[in-house]
Write a protein that binds this ligand. Structure first.
Ligand code: FAD
Length: 265
């Protein structure tokens, strides 16, 4: 299947429309396979909404929608929330109040050359890299949420979201393995940014040359030298990362001022 009309984009930018489409897909499609949220699922979803509502550097209408969803989830004394109630809130009540998340899925930086490639999983990575960077830049943002003072708050929330809800089960298992192995070594918000970068590169490495690779966006060790020459060094003829430069680059690349509003509706 050919993809829709190709949209030109700049690989050195992050596109707001990708993250908004990702949130749309997550709330309206991925969650829809769970009829009711209870127990751990509900806690995982609440923490996810908390992290995104507090840290997502999004447009006002979207941040407001997330904040309202959070207030509602926190205020409900229920142990069981039907998915329909979440959908109703996202679709109807919020739209009336002018808070809204675009109705359409549109991928730009996450566009695939075929419709089954890239898209949602790409937008989730993008969202979580952006959130780890925001957490380090605004360490007080999670005050009074129960997640403050934990440098792992974003990563643990991502881990639990991926394990509980992400449609690709195999991805969830792989990610869980990586987290079990090394997440406890992360002690600071900066290390959290670098941990996610390193693990994402491990995934890229594993997937290079497989069916999930879009030939128009080959899996590479990222950032490539054209994006960040200073990130790459050579020691005794071998490639090594300059992690200090990588950290600076990640903070710049996933920072609010590098998020392009282009194509956002
Ligand atoms: P993606 O890998 O989705 O990357 C999106 C964008 O992030 C890139 O275009 C680039 O701009 C940037 N980027 C790339 N690397 C890095 C990095 N190291 N640090 C920061 N930014 C970077 N698919 C499988 O088939 N098997 C799996 O086990 C699997 N596990 C996954 C686990 C998780 C947690 C997630 C979110 C996805 C997983 N996927 C897996 C999907 C896969 O990783 C890709 O998301 C998908 O194949 C689409 O790839 P993509 O080319 O759009 O780039």
């Amino acid at each position: 299947k050919p993809a829709e009309i190709w949209k030109d984009f700049d690989k050195s930018k992050v596109y707001m429309v990708d993250m908004e489409s990702g949130l749309h897909y997550l709330l309206r499609v991925e969650l829809a396979s769970h009829q009711t949220l209870t127990g751990d699922e509900l806690k995982t979803f609440k923490d996810f909404v908390t992290v995104v509502a507090k840290l997502f550097p999004g447009r006002q209408s979207v941040v407001k929608l997330l904040e309202t969803l959070l207030e509602w989830l926190v205020s409900l004394p229920l142990e069981k929330i039907p998915y329909d109630a979440i959908l109703d809130l996202v679709n109807n009540k919020m739209r009336i109040a002018g808070m809204f998340l675009s109705e359409q899925l549109q991928w730009v930086g996450c566009q695939g050359s075929q419709s089954e490639l890239r898209g949602y999983p790409c937008s989730l990575w993008t969202l979580f890299h952006t959130l780890t960077v925001q957490a380090a830049l605004r360490p007080d943002a999670l005050a009074n949420t129960g997640l403050e003072e934990d440098p792992l708050a974003v990563l643990q929330t991502m881990r639990r979201y991926i394990r509980t809800f992400f449609g690709c089960r195999e991805c969830g298992e792989h990610f869980e393995e990586m987290a079990k192995e090394s997440l406890q070594q992360v002690k600071t918000l900066d290390e959290a940014i670098l941990w996610l970068w390193r693990k994402h590169n491990q995934v890229n490495n594993r997937l290079a040359g497989t069916l999930s690779e879009d030939p128009h966006s080959p899996k590479s060790q990222w950032p490539t030298p054209d994006l960040c020459p200073a990130c790459h060094e050579e020691q005794k003829g071998l490639h090594v990362w300059n992690e200090e430069r990588v950290l600076d680059f990640l903070k710049q690349h996933y920072g609010a001022s590098n998020i392009s509003p282009q194509y956002a509706m």
